[in-house]
Structure formats: structure tokens, C-alpha cells
Design a protein around this ligand. Structure first.
Ligand SMILES: Nc1ncnc2c1ncn2[C@@H]1O[C@H](COP(=O)(O)OP(=O)(O)OP(=O)(O)O)[C@@H](O)[C@H]1O
Ligand SMILES: [Mg+2]
Length: 250
């Protein structure tokens, strides 16, 4: 049997006495795209932060295995070194940092792909997310950039980091329809080269790019399966369900 790249077993997360994740089990294979689909407050970002190992997101129960090794107690930097990368729902602003500087410190591909220069990689990824490199490389990564522009730069930086497992928290938030189509194409391409992605979203149309979809409801996996079937379930059952207004655990 092929060993999954990531395996999560019965993960529980609590914060200030509030149960956020309830016995979540899910696996992601190499080269696979899995989407976590759920309404606002379902626990999607919390799941991504727990996988990434953020300080305030230590599970109260359950285990996380990556490449067969238990990483449940590993720190965020160790997980990043192992190849797990997170694209934040809300990208950061950095006063005084230029877009090209941010992309340079994000670039991880130089070791694996020395034939292509950083400039070429960086230009390529900016174009792939729908930004003209000439207009953006020398701009500051601050509040003068629009939300959609910052999100696209964050995505370009995440792809430059070239993680083995990319956690994408709401990759389309703030991005127009054309940009979203580009991002979906990038995710597919990323998986075709043997990498894996976990897409966190409340938008079914972005989950269409996944091989499998897990529906997260009030901190629990409601269903998991082949994307088309899960999206049909989400459109017909979840969108009329009263639980979508209630994040208290089932
Ligand atoms: N530290 C905390 N203390 C109490 N409740 C918290 C804490 N952190 C998160 N929550 C709650 O846990 C639930 C899940 O939050 P989370 O951010 O993971 O949701 P989400 O599915 O990503 O939602 P969205 O689609 O709005 O981004 C929410 O009800 C949130 O208010
Ligand atoms: Mg979220």
C-alpha cells in the first residue's frame, strides 16, 4: 500500500474551552489535491494552522504523520523544513520590503532548479498569477497594494517556496474570476509535478480542482470522497443546512 504524504488521525483542537476541531481524520497522497470545504467558522483555517504547527494550535488529541513520521509535536520551522508550506488566508504587509525582496527570500527553487535564474522564476510566477512583473517587482509590499494584488503576490511567493505539501487557505479570497482561474490552473500544474496541496475554502468552484473533497461542518468531517460527488452534496444539502450559521460544535 502507498504511504500517504500526510495522515491526520482523530485530531482534536480546543481553545479557551471551545472545541474547534473534533476528531478530524484525513490523508493526502503524493501528487494529490484535497479540498476542505465548509462554511464560515467551520474550523478550516484552524485545521491548516494545526497542520502547519502554529504555537496556539496544539492538538488536544490525535496525531499528524508526514512521510510516515509523527510530526505532532514538531515546531513550525521543522515542519517548513520538511516541506510543508502555508499560504495565509490574509496575506501580510511588510513596510519597507519590496515585492522582489519578498519573493527572493521565499525562493526555494534555486537549490532544486539551478539552471533557471531567480529573475526568470520570479517573473514567471508573477505572470502565472496574473501580475505584470514590470509593474510590481519594485513596489513596496505595503498597504498601497490592493488586497487582490497582495494575495496574488503571496501565492507567487508560496509557489516559489515550492513545498512538497502546500496548504492554501482561501486561495481565491480577494481575487477576481480571471485570477481564480489562473490559480486553479497553477494548483493543478503543481500537483502534476508530484507535489500535493490542501485547499481550504468555502467556495465550491475552487474545490472543483481537487481530486477529493472533505466537507467540514462545525469542526467535524461530515463527508469525504471524490470531488464531483462531494460538491453535489454540498450544493444540495449543505447550502440549505441551518448548521452553516452555527459554529458551536455538534
Ligand atoms: N482562540 C479561539 N478562541 C475561541 N474560539 C476560536 C478561537 N480561534 C478560533 N475560534 C473559533 O473557532 C471557529 C473556527 O475558526 P476558523 O478560523 O478555523 O474558521 P474557518 O472555517 O476558517 O472560517 P472562515 O471561512 O470564516 O475563514 C470559529 O467559530 C472561531 O470563532
Ligand atoms: Mg478561515
Amino acid at each position: 500500500m502507498i504511504q500517504p504524504l500526510l495522515q491526520i488521525e482523530e485530531l482534536c483542537l480546543e481553545s479557551d474551552g471551545h472545541r474547534i476541531l473534533n476528531s478530524v481524520s484525513i490523508s493526502i497522497n503524493q501528487g494529490e489535491v484535497v479540498a476542505i470545504l465548509g462554511h464560515n467558522g467551520a474550523g478550516k483555517s484552524s485545521l491548516a494552522y494545526t497542520i502547519m504547527g502554529l504555537t496556539d494550535y496544539k492538538p488536544s488529541n490525535g496525531r499528524i504523520f508526514y512521510q510516515g513520521k509523527d510530526i505532532t509535536t514538531k515546531m513550525i520551522d521543522q515542519r517548513a523544513k520538511l516541506g510543508i508550506g502555508l499560504a495565509w488566508q490574509e496575506p501580510a504587509r511588510f513596510e519597507g520590503v519590496l515585492v522582489k525582496e519578498y519573493l527572493r527570500i521565499s525562493d526555494n527553487e534555486s537549490a532544486t532548479n539551478p539552471e533557471v535564474t531567480f529573475e526568470d522564476r520570479c517573473t514567471n510566477y508573477l505572470k502565472l498569477v496574473g501580475l505584470d512583473p514590470e509593474r510590481y517587482l519594485d513596489r513596496a509590499l505595503d498597504e498601497k497594494l490592493s488586497g487582490g494584488e497582495r494575495k496574488k503576490i503571496e501565492l507567487a511567493a508560496t509557489f516559489l517556496r515550492n513545498p512538497k505539501l502546500m496548504l492554501l487557505d482561501e486561495p481565491d479570497s480577494g481575487i477576481d474570476a480571471e485570477g481564480t482561474t489562473l490559480v486553479k490552473g497553477l494548483i493543478s500544474q503543481f500537483a502534476k509535478s508530484g507535489n500535493s496541496a490542501l485547499i481550504i475554502t468555502h467556495q465550491p468552484y475552487i474545490a472543483e480542482v481537487a481530486d477529493r473533497v472533505a466537507i467540514l461542518c462545525k469542526g467535524s468531517i461530515e463527508r469525504i470522497g471524490e470531488a464531483r460527488e462531494m460538491l453535489d452534496y454540498y450544493y444540495t444539502i449543505c447550502q440549505g443546512c441551518p448548521n452553516r450559521f452555527d459554529s458551536d460544535l455538534k
